[in-house]
Design a binder for this molecule. Structure first.
Ligand code: OGA
Ligand code: FE
Length: 286
């Protein structure tokens, strides 16, 4: 009796169920030019981005309770409830400890749960947390996107597999980029992550954006709204839960990427915890 009421009290701040929210989509530049975005400060006189971000209302389904219905090949995402347990919270305050302690867990998670995977190379992580020690931390991203184009994915393989013969062999097989996303102060009460099931996304709504960083240029993907897209979220994710987001797949007869965006949840109570999370980006071969 006491336990039940305690649990109810501690979980009452968590928004659950279907919800109508606003997402910032992508529209290509009206002059027909190549979409461009500066990751840092743009050159004087240039905008940070030359394309539009129309705000569109979408209804999100809550997939809680139906996690096992979704998989990487059919939907381009997968839920792994409770799969990342026993990791001390403090390690996420340091990039070095994330690399030393969390990367090996993510590598094993991907080898265990991604069908066919025989090699994993982690190439990036981002911590979305204001209190993080490193200057690279960031905030939830309120823009509908997919992380990389097919061309950018192949470039990541070339730059992270030093031996050209090895890289060429791996590029000849199946390779995917998969993000492992998890909260750091779950259960999530604000700014959850929305995603559109990969099988509901028309490739013609996905546009390459030239992403200009300080030392190199890459390509990210802007996603135009289409009423056929099925948007969803996974309510109240806990620190032990992880979401696999497939950002690219060299196998082209399956949905190859899952558009995603953080959203302001109109149901978040006053004083809700600002969401903190980590995403680890991995090349997954096989
Ligand atoms: C990602 C991503 C946004 C967010 O994991 O690739 O875009 O707000 N995350 O967590
Ligand atoms: Fe992303």
């Amino acid at each position: 009796m006491t336990i039940t009421s305690t649990m109810t009290a501690s979980t009452s701040n968590i928004p659950r169920g279907p919800v109508e929210v606003e997402l910032n989509f992508f529209e290509p530049p009206t002059d027909g030019g190549q979409p461009i975005q500066y990751a840092e400060e743009p050159p004087a006189g240039e905008p940070a981005a030359n394309y539009h971000r129309p705000v569109i209302q979408v209804t999100l389904t809550d997939i809680r309770g139906q996690e096992s219905q979704y998989n990487l090949d059919d939907h381009a995402f997968q839920c792994l409830p409770g799969a990342l347990s026993g990791i001390p919270d403090e390690i996420f305050l340091s990039d070095d400890q994330i690399k030393a302690t969390f990367y090996p867990k993510v590598e094993q998670l991907l080898l265990d749960h991604v069908e066919g995977a025989h090699r994993v190379v982690i190439f990036h992580h981002a911590v979305r947390m204001d209190r993080h020690n490193s200057p690279t931390h960031c905030k939830p991203l309120l823009a509908v996107h997919a992380d990389q184009t097919a061309q950018a994915s192949a470039a990541y393989v070339r730059s992270h597999i030093p031996d050209p013969t090895d890289a060429a062999a791996l590029l000849g097989g199946r390779y995917r980029i998969i993000n492992v996303w998890k909260p750091l102060n779950g259960p999530v009460e604000s700014s959850p992550l929305a995603f559109a099931s990969g099988n509901s996304v028309d490739a013609s709504d996905c546009f390459p954006i030239e992403l200009r960083l300080a030392s190199y240029t890459s390509e990210t993907v802007g996603v135009r709204y289409n009423p056929g897209q099925k948007w969803m979220y996974w309510s109240g994710m806990e620190n032990e839960d992880s979401l696999l987001l497939k950002c690219s797949d060299s196998k082209h007869d399956v949905p190859f990427q899952v558009p995603h965006s953080a959203f302001a949840d109109p149901r978040s109570p006053p004083g809700a915890k600002p969401r903190e999370s980590i995403e680890v980006r991995a090349l997954v071969f096989g």
